[in-house]
Design a protein around this ligand. Sequence first.
Ligand SMILES: *Cc1c(COP(=O)(O)O)cnc(C)c1O
Length: 459
Amino acid sequence: MTDAPPTPRLPAVERLLGHPDLAVAIRDHGRSLVTEAVRAVVAEARERGEGGEPDALAAAALRQVGRWLSPSLRPVFNLTGTVLHTNLGRALLPPEAAEAVAAVMTRASNLEFDLATGRRGERDGHAEALIARLTGAEAATVVNNNAAAVLLVLNALALRREVPVSRGELVEIGGSFRVPDVMARAGSRLREVGTTNRTHLRDYEEAIGPRTGLVMRVHPSNYEIRGFTAAADDAALGALCRARGLPFVVDLGSGSLIDLSGYGLPREATVAETLRHADLVLFSGDKLLGGVQCGIVAGRRDLVARVRRNPLKRALRVDKMTLAALEAVLRLYLQPEHLTTRLPTLRLLTRPADEIRAQAERLGPPVAAALGGRGTVAVEACRSQIGSGALPVETVPSAALVLRPPSGRPGSWPARAAAALRALPVPVIGRVGDGAVRLDLRTLDDEDGFLGQWSRLAL
Ligand SMILES: *Cc1c(COP(=O)(O)O)cnc(C)c1O
């Protein structure tokens, strides 16, 4: 007969709570949270059949408290080469917007209060005049995002009515926004028009009838149809809709307020240009506009009023922080000469390739030194995408740090290197492919913060 193994002895929770290392945590975070953490680490130790050194258990409890209190949503370095990356938060706001948000979030504000009359005011009023000025629209309203704008406009103007849309525009934007599905949820009936590659004005003429509620054009956003193609132009569609007394609505998706070709970027029709023929234009606040997540409905005053009266508007409206940020960003557009320096999205999109290359040459040696023998670094030309369904097939020249395994045989090295980069205090997100990890530096602002953490890379 052998002796049973001795049961490991664990200190009691109460006694551990008296450990000097936990005193500061109890003072800062309160006794209940620290007690919970101590219980959790003691229970874990018991499960593993381990005894417990009070020092080690106290340290584990402190780490647990730290994990519970650290935010899940946090900053990262987006070096993917996609400037407006939906999964990484899209547009970066300028400091003016952050200040405007901070000002209204901790204090009362005139969100729906008219300071001149002392009566109830209009939430949309803060951004409406600016949007009107920048787009030529008569009126505008703001909702949670552009998907909400599409849903709301269809529900308000085409409930139980038909909406002709070209078969070439029945797109899926990603994140489950599909034009036919949104239409169904809005209570509108999709009337498919034309073919995938060619849709003519006469296709719309034939589709329009007594049950039509409005005509909609959707920006294809993330793909392009090339070759033998045809589409009815906005001027002709607008004229047709006017003749039939129907609203002509354009879902622009990204929607730029300025002509980007003036900044050396690919050309897109602006919101103002689109509004010359459309009655309503819908666009995102955090794509090319470079602002905050929201959807803007701009155009004819009577139609915007109908949209605003729809009960869904109440469910889809934006909060004061969004309005504060949007207003601050729109104000930057009043000073177009300063846009490329003050609006982060435009600044990043217009960074010259040679400047990015110089940055890569500068950062290459310290990164190589930090990697030691664990990998190699090369500076290579690459192309950045605009992203978020803006100018889908266009790219702009850039430069990347390309990390490769020391052996030259990739195997699982790129995936491991990418994981190690993601595990840094401020995670670095690059692109894995061709046996390498590529870090496109177009979107790297904080060089010191980036370099400062390479010593902690666990690869
Ligand atoms: C991006 C996009 C949407 C959705 O906009 P969100 O602001 O992401 O909700 C809708 N329509 C088109 C054409 C788009 O490109």
